[in-house]
Unconditional design. Structure first.
Length: 405
């Protein structure tokens, strides 16, 4: 019997949302689920025990960064990622494809993970300021991608096969294939060529995974659907990846220049994917995006924003505009209220906004820990509410309640 079993337990009658149970070698994931980002085998500022306490089910680490430091061989010698970092729950690793994109087209187009992933959300004209642009630091070929380490400048190369081998050594439960991520500013022809190369790389990665390394520790492998915000390309990519023997499927690449285009991409893609396989959405995780993704059938999604923004004083709060509270605002200097009155996290149960502002202004490390604990627990509590609402047939009502402002 496989150590990976994904079972859809309930489907919402009004949307495409679904409840699932995903059995992995390191425990069960109840879906839909938010995946916390632990880039360098660490969710910044908090410990694995904290993650368990706040209800985190699964984390995702970064193949690119761990390859550069400390290296997959050392991590393998230490018993793999789970033992290395002291996390005994389910774990994913990405392929490093987005980091390659960031060094290449992302640098050229000024498109980043958070600030400008949707250009039209930043600039109604869809144009980025020339100062945001730079030069590509990677060399793409059919074989793979060459780049220089941002740590020591050494030349490195990723191929579909080598990325599988790296992730085998890292030992995460769920691994992703190498893909060529595109920018929302890439034209149709470039996006088509990148998609086709991603398809060829996917077959090579799958062959490597099922081949000589098949006797390694149990892992599930995900293919990645590309195609930018072009309907025919998303159709083609979804059908191609769906027909390969992947254990799950991720939706990646450019999701368009706006949230509206992202919704279209999901609506084009999801009906073409095998309903019995788990689907992961890469790099999305705001409150609004979570509801939209879940309604369209997404099972898991990851995003660095909640932790990164928390460390800079932006805290999730249901009563704030866009659910973001800036703790540095002067109005919080003497505010005895918790960050969010409805939150049951340690931070909200024990500390005030005034105390959090003091910690941030004094640059106390505790500020980042308390803020990260809150933001992640806030999202986990939301996911618990979403799963309950799907089970009760009230997801639409819950969404309206949250987004009515």
């Amino acid at each position: 019997m496989s150590e990976f079993v994904f079972t859809v337990t309930h489907r919402d009658q009004k949307t495409q949302a679904r409840l699932g149970i995903y059995q992995t070698p390191h425990g069960v994931i109840k879906t839909p689920a938010f995946v916390a980002v632990g880039t360098q085998a660490s969710v910044k500022a908090i410990a694995p025990d904290d993650l368990k306490t706040i209800g985190t089910q699964v984390i995702i680490a970064n193949t690119y960064h761990l390859h550069l430091r400390p290296g997959e061989d050392l991590i393998a010698q230490m018993g793999g990622l789970h033992r290395f970092m002291g996390w005994n729950g389910p774990m994913m690793t990405d392929s490093g494809g987005f980091q390659v994109f960031s060094l290449g087209a992302g640098n050229e187009h000024g498109v980043g993970k958070i600030a400008s992933i949707f250009p039209e959300e930043q600039d109604p004209g869809g144009h980025l300021h020339p100062a945001a642009r730079g030069e590509s630091l990677v060399k793409l070929s059919e074989e793979g991608v060459e780049f220089r380490s941002h740590i020591d400048g050494s030349k490195r190369k990723f191929t579909p096969e080598s990325v599988i081998e790296i992730q085998r050594k890292l030992g995460a439960d769920i691994i992703l294939v190498l893909d060529e991520c595109t920018s929302p500013l890439h034209d149709y022809e470039y996006t088509r060529r990148a998609m086709e190369r991603t398809h060829r790389w996917a077959k090579r990665a799958l062959d490597a995974f099922r081949g000589k390394s098949a006797q390694a520790s149990p892992q599930a492998i995900y293919g990645i659907v590309q195609g930018g915000a072009y309907q025919d390309l998303r159709f083609e990519s979804a059908k191609f990846i769906a027909n390969l023997k992947f254990d799950g499927i991720a939706i990646g690449g450019s999701l368009g220049k706006s949230k509206r285009e992202m919704h279209q991409v999901l609506e084009w893609t999801m009906p073409l994917l095998p309903p019995e396989k788990p689907v992961h959405l890469l790099g999305i995780g705001t409150i609004e995006d979570i509801f939209e993704a879940v309604e369209r059938g997404i099972d898991t999604f990851d995003c660095v924003a909640p932790t990164r923004q928390g460390r800079t004083g932006w805290l999730l709060c249901r009563e704030s505009e866009d659910f973001q509270l800036n703790i540095y605002n002067s109005q919080h200097r003497q505010d005895s209220n918790p960050i969010d009155p409805s939150c049951d996290c340690y931070t909200c149960q024990h500390h005030s906004r005034a105390y959090l502002q003091h910690l941030f202004k004094a640059r106390e490390p505790l500020a980042m820990r308390l803020a990260t604990l809150h933001n992640l627990r806030f999202l986990e509590k939301l996911m618990e509410e979403i799963r309950a609402a799907i089970a009760n047939g009230t997801l639409k009502e819950l969404k309206n309640e949250w987004l009515k402002a």
